[in-house]
Design a protein around this ligand. Structure first.
Ligand code: ATP
Length: 369
């Protein structure tokens, strides 16, 4: 591996995977830094699980190499990769106690009984199942079963932990507490982890880096805030939440959309050259008030109460926009007409648009995502 890969504990190089004639992964490179948690996020069928299974050794790449801790493991079996996997379905042994489930891997390693006992007790304690070792799998809840699965993986102290949609079978409240447990333990023990989910909130909550996939390719990767604030394509802008898309112009300091100037945020000023762009505005970056300049006037079409926020549809010039306004900040007297203002923090530029004349190209007409 090259020198700049030395901090990367897991490295996938030029990975291609075909099932018969179907190329599922084209040519994928992926790097996971030691001690970090990287999540593969993407729509169903984009190839996330296939990548995870290749790292696990459950699928063999058609071509390419996989390195773990500097060693080429491409041809090694699951048992010889020093990885553990946490599945959506928990995959526990129903005929064994919780203790038996967690101890299983350690017994296979033929460790002394007192060491096994100590490590299993410690692992059950870590996942808040202290003193429950004698219970059987059918005597505990789904959330507790997933904690056992986590304890069973942690107790082996693997080099790499792999998570395959681990929270999908849990209800919303349990998902939140379980993802906190996973993230807390992963950070506490510095375990290099690869995590698969199709849930953006989950990906953001647990990850150091999120890798967004589509049709077997990586679309963009980065810290969660980077992906949300600086998406680099229309697909990413829409996949990472909602976005109102305009044609606009950036002069180095301000962005002009629909005849209105918005001061560019620092990030944009530092990273983008002047020119024409598609401009994205997040729904939470637009607010409404009773007064303003004529060019800010908009028609209020629909107001929907969502609890924490109001979703508001407005027409601004020729643009249909979606707004998400914090419930505590929304003036419910706002009815048919209002004046909008745009917070620069929620504004980003997509790739420059090459225009052959001053006329705006038809396919670049603003649309609401
Ligand atoms: N063993 C297999 N044989 C043939 N095709 C497969 C096999 N495993 C996966 N595929 C195909 O590979 C593609 C990617 O599947 P994969 O399960 O990796 O996607 P995913 O992003 O994890 O989707 P999901 O979120 O629905 O699990 C799909 O088109 C799937 O049908």
């Amino acid at each position: 591996m090259s020198k700049d890969s030395k901090n990367n504990f897991v490295v996938l190089k030029n990975i291609c995977k075909r099932f018969g004639q179907n190329t599922v992964i084209g040519d994928l490179d992926l790097e996971i830094e030691k001690g970090s948690l990287v999540t593969l996020l993407g729509p169903s069928g984009c190839g996330k699980t296939t990548v995870l299974r290749m790292v696990a050794g459950l699928e063999k790449p058609t071509s390419g190499q996989i390195f773990i801790d500097g060693e080429d493991v491409t041809d090694r079996s699951v048992q010889h990769r020093d990885i553990c996997m946490v599945f959506q379905s928990y995959a526990l042994f129903p005929h064994m106690s919780l203790y038996g489930n967690v101890a299983y891997g350690l017994k296979n390693l033929k460790l002394p009984a007192d060491e096994i006992s100590q490590r299993v007790d410690d692992a059950l304690k870590l996942v808040n199942l202290e003193g429950m070792g004698d219970r059987f799998v059918d005597q505990i809840s789904g959330g507790q079963q997933q904690r056992v699965a986590l304890a069973r993986a942690l107790v082996l102290k693997p080099k790499v932990l792999l998570f395959d949609e681990p929270l999908s079978n849990l209800d919303a409240n349990l998902r939140r507490s379980m993802r906190e447990t996973i993230r807390d333990l992963q950070k506490r023990f510095n375990i290099t982890s690869l995590y698969v989910t199709h849930d953006q909130a989950e990906a953001f909550a647990v990850s150091d880096k999120v890798v967004v996939m589509k049709d077997g390719d990586i679309m963009q990767q980065g810290a969660p805030s980077e992906l949300y604030q600086v998406p680099d394509s229309l697909f990413m802008a829409n996949f990472m939440g909602d976005a109102n898309i305009f044609d606009g112009h950036f002069d180095g300091e301000t962005i002009t959309i629909n005849g209105v100037q918005v001061k560019a945020n620092q990030r944009t000023v530092e990273s983008k050259a002047s020119g024409h762009y598609q401009v994205g505005v997040r729904p939470e970056a637009i607010t409404l008030s009773h007064e303003g300049q004529p060019e800010h006037i908009c028609k209020v079409n629909k107001v929907v109460y969502m609890g924490a926020m109001y979703e508001v549809s407005v027409t601004w010039g020729e643009h249909e926009l979606l707004l998400q306004i914090n419930s505590t900040e929304f003036d419910t007297d706002i009815k048919d007409q209002a004046y909008l203002s745009v917070n620069p923090v929620g504004v980003f530029l997509l790739d420059p648009v090459v225009l052959s004349s001053k006329k705006v190209q038809p396919e670049l007409t603003a649309e609401v995502a």
